[in-house]
Design a protein around this ligand. Structure first.
Ligand SMILES: [Zn+2]
Ligand SMILES: [Zn+2]
Length: 274
């Protein structure tokens, strides 16, 4: 297989990458037609991995463009795809398709989002069926296919039938991350903005370290007692840190493997404006 460049958003749109995707689709179809299950599964694996890389690049690009909600949804899709690929993959493939890198970065990007409230719909499900053989799944009647495994080039999922929505609840740890309850215009995306401004592409390595930094109380003389406490506790200053000698403020360090541009070396994130 030829080597293809797939790093930037432009790379996701080249004739070369389209040819590779088409080639793999055609190969998969003929493998399925010929009953060559190993080959069909391998085509699925390569297609899914390319798809994941492309989606991850798109998510990164959307963070750069400040389309934070869209990037959030794409990161969640990446998370789901990455799980399926890993489940059907093997060691060498995982290394060659950047799976570990993408997995570790998805959760780190997500941790920099200010989202904390999600809606979670409760459903009543009539029944599930297997997407491979159509078998109606009942407690004592299952087919041979395992959910999340690839059979003959096709991912096995359980399809939901006769679904009824029961209620919607608001949760902090959602089953699906796309159901964000916030209005983005009211939120602070500074961390994402700062971090992405230092990265040229989705595959540059970086890390984060969450710490707390102590500041003398004198630094906060302009904060009035009814204001929210600068320690981010959500209490008022008076009810929280006003009587202390020092205020501990959450602080994040971004760690890069490449040198920063010299004009950015002195920047401090994110809450210290003193
Ligand atoms: Zn089945
Ligand atoms: Zn406080």
């Amino acid at each position: 297989m030829m080597k293809i460049e797939l790093t930037t958003i432009d790379d996701t749109n080249t004739a070369e990458i389209k040819n590779v995707l088409e080639y793999l689709e055609t190969e998969k179809k003929s493998a399925i037609a010929n009953g060559d299950e190993d080959k069909a599964n391998n085509c699925w694996l390569n297609l899914a991995s390319l798809d994941l890389n492309i989606l991850f690049i798109k998510a990164f690009n959307n963070i750069k463009l400040k389309n934070y909600r869209q990037a959030w949804n794409e990161l969640e899709q990446c998370e789901i795809k990455e799980n399926y690929i890993r489940e059907n993959s093997y060691k060498d493939h995982i290394a060659a398709s950047r799976l570990d890198f993408i997995k570790s970065k998805i959760s780190k990007w997500q941790s920099l989002y200010p989202y904390c409230l999600f809606c979670s719909p409760g459903f009543k499900v009539g029944y599930y069926s297997c997407s491979i053989c159509g078998h109606k799944i009942r407690p004592r009647s299952r087919c041979e296919h395992k959910k999340g495994k690839v059979y003959n080039g096709q991912l096995c999922v359980h399809e939901v039938h006769d679904m009824e929505m029961l209620e919607i609840s608001i949760v902090t740890k959602p089953a699906q991350k796309y159901s964000v309850m916030h209005d983005d215009s009211t939120l602070d995306f500074t961390l994402l903005e700062h971090l992405s401004s230092f990265l040229d592409n989705a595959f540059e390595d970086w890390n984060i370290r969450w710490t707390k930094m102590k500041f003398p109380i004198a630094r906060f003389s302009s904060v009035s007692k009814e204001d929210k406490c600068p320690c981010k506790s959500d209490k008022t200053f008076e009810a929280c840190c006003m009587a202390k000698n020092e205020v501990e403020i959450p602080h994040v360090d971004f760690l890069f493997s490449k040198p920063l541009p010299s004009d950015a070396e002195n920047i401090v994130f994110p809450y210290d404006n003193g």
